[in-house]
Design a protein around this ligand. Structure first.
Ligand code: 5RP
Length: 237
């Protein structure tokens, strides 16, 4: 479930900085969430001022923001993205792992990121943690939900079906599936857990992204810091 953290100023700083990395003629994967939305709007401004760019949205939400921003849209059938700009819910201070899916869009986000030449993750500084400890979202086939819940418990997790806020019943993803948020406590070995989740029948995709990002842009109240993955730990950051 999405908790809103971080200031809009910090998110905007990260998103707008990422948008400056887009070059003439690029195809850009458009991430989902409030931080990526700043990048999409900034790209819209650049396109209005003459930049030729095409966007591949990762969700219906990203698509709506991109259309409002006046961006030309395309899809993976037409070509693969040169660059993806996307947010994250938590990022390991040192390493390559992060959690996505707070907006229930992680399946398409992972597909578009995997297709891209370069993946830029944009976050505010509240998302950086020593060890990942948020619940991991799973997109799950509706008929498989009880089986997946049992499998999650068998590996020590606590599954919780994500409830919709403005509708009765569960969240239904853009792909017509359910979201099960799985609490594991602090995660020591994200790669191993990612492998276990990916192997569960009925799990369409999980929200652990290991070794997917190339660059991390962290927004603060006063600016941005830019680092390459794998990240190095910084005391007191
Ligand atoms: C959506 C995502 C988002 O990128 C993630 O939830 C971050 O969103 P925000 O920038 O609003 O905090 O993974 O599925």
């Amino acid at each position: 479930m999405k908790e809103r953290t971080g200031s809009e100023v910090a998110k905007r700083a990260a998103g707008e900085h990422a948008a400056t990395q887009v070059e003439e003629g690029m195809c850009v994967g458009l991430g989902t969430g409030s931080t990526a939305a700043h990048a999409i709007r900034a790209l819209g401004h650049r396109a209005a001022n003459g930049l030729t760019v095409q966007g591949i949205p990762t969700s219906l939400g990203a698509r709506a923001i991109a259309r409002e921003a006046g961006l030309s849209l395309t899809d993976l059938d037409e070509g693969l993205p040169d660059l993806v700009i996307d947010g994250a819910d938590q990022v390991e201070q040192a390493g390559t792992a992060l959690i996505k899916g707070g907006g229930a869009a992680h399946t398409r986000e992972k597909v578009v990121a995997t297709a891209a030449d370069r993946v830029v993750i944009v976050i505010d500084e509240t998302k950086l943690v020593d060890r990942l400890n948020r619940s991991i979202p799973l997109e799950v086939l509706p008929a498989a939900q009880p089986v997946v819940a049992r499998e999650i418990r068998s590996i020590g997790g606590e599954p919780s079906l994500r409830a919709a806020r403005a509708k009765d019943g569960p969240v239904v993803t853009d792909n017509g599936n359910l979201v099960v948020d799985c609490a594991f406590g602090p995660i020591d070995d994200p790669e191993t857990l990612a492998g276990m989740l990916a192997a569960m029948p009925g799990v369409v995709e999980h929200g652990l992204f290991c070794d997917v990002g190339d660059e991390l842009i962290v927004g603060t109240e006063t600016g941005v810091s830019v680092e390459s993955f794998p990240l190095e730990s910084h005391e007191g950051r």
